[in-house]
Write a protein that binds this ligand. Structure first.
Ligand code: HEC
Length: 208
């Protein structure tokens, strides 16, 4: 009798772990290449569709900044405002020629990076009831011009299928580093009444 109760307890324990695990692994991270960017395979839709949740997807770059500076690391926050049960997203950063630029860095286990077809992607890691993700992006070490973050996301009903879900697309353009002028003058100390010439070190242009 006692042995049988122990066996039942073990069986319930095993089944709990088994089903919990299978539910966890069924909530997938998206396959790479679905941010909706030019040259990608597509976006989260039309695979995911059929929802009726009004909402929006937004991306915040470095607390509203509009420039990157070379080799610096910037904070990014992706969020979806919609009353859904499960959320997901994927993002890529491209220059105007469609090259993947910089690299994404995970802040925590809610995101994961994937490298595919020469592009660096970041996305939700597993399904998540969490509608916002924080991560970092390290800017390239050379000026690559404008950088566009392309992003696609879903607000889903957590039925473990691609039905009953809404999809959103968005992008954000970040400008290259502002030009910095190296200025010098023709004198090192100034007396009242002196005139000074300033010149741009790179071009030699003189400003009086
Ligand atoms: C090529 C089709 C396809 C594309 C594109 C796709 N998915 Fe899915 N997704 C599926 C399928 C199929 C499922 C059902 C679970 C499974 O079979 O893995 C699913 C399930 C999910 C779920 C669980 C949804 C729920 O309501 O339970 C999430 C979250 C998810 N996908 C995120 C994404 C995100 C984010 C994107 C876009 C970046 C994306 N998927 C793009 C096919 C797709």
């Amino acid at each position: 009798m006692k042995l049988r109760s122990i066996a039942v307890v073990f069986l319930i324990g095993f089944l709990t772990i088994y089903f919990h695990h299978s539910v966890q692994t069924k909530l997938p991270q998206p396959h790479a290449g679905y941010t909706g960017a030019p040259g990608d395979l597509g976006a989260c839709g039309p695979c995911h569709s059929g929802g009726s949740i009004p909402g929006a997807l937004s991306i915040n770059f470095s607390a509203g900044g509009s420039n990157y500076t070379l080799s610096d690391t910037f904070n990014l926050i992706v969020s979806i405002s919609a009353g859904a049960a499960v959320y997901g997203f994927q993002m890529v950063a491209l220059d105007d020629q469609g090259n993947s630029v910089g690299s994404f860095i995970n802040n925590n286990s809610l995101t994961a990076t994937q490298f595919s077809s020469g592009r660096d992607y970041i996305n939700n890691s597993g399904g998540s009831g969490n509608p916002a993700w924080a991560m970092k992006w390290e800017a390239p070490s050379t000026d690559v011009g404008n950088v566009t973050f392309f992003i696609s996301g879903i607000a889903g009903n957590a039925n473990l299928l691609e039905t009953g879900d809404d999809t959103y697309n968005s992008n954000l353009i970040i400008n290259p580093p502002p030009p910095s002028a190296a200025i010098n003058s023709n004198v090192t100390s100034v007396c009242p009444g002196d005139s000074i010439q300033f010149f741009d070190v790179s071009s030699g242009t003189v400003t009086q």
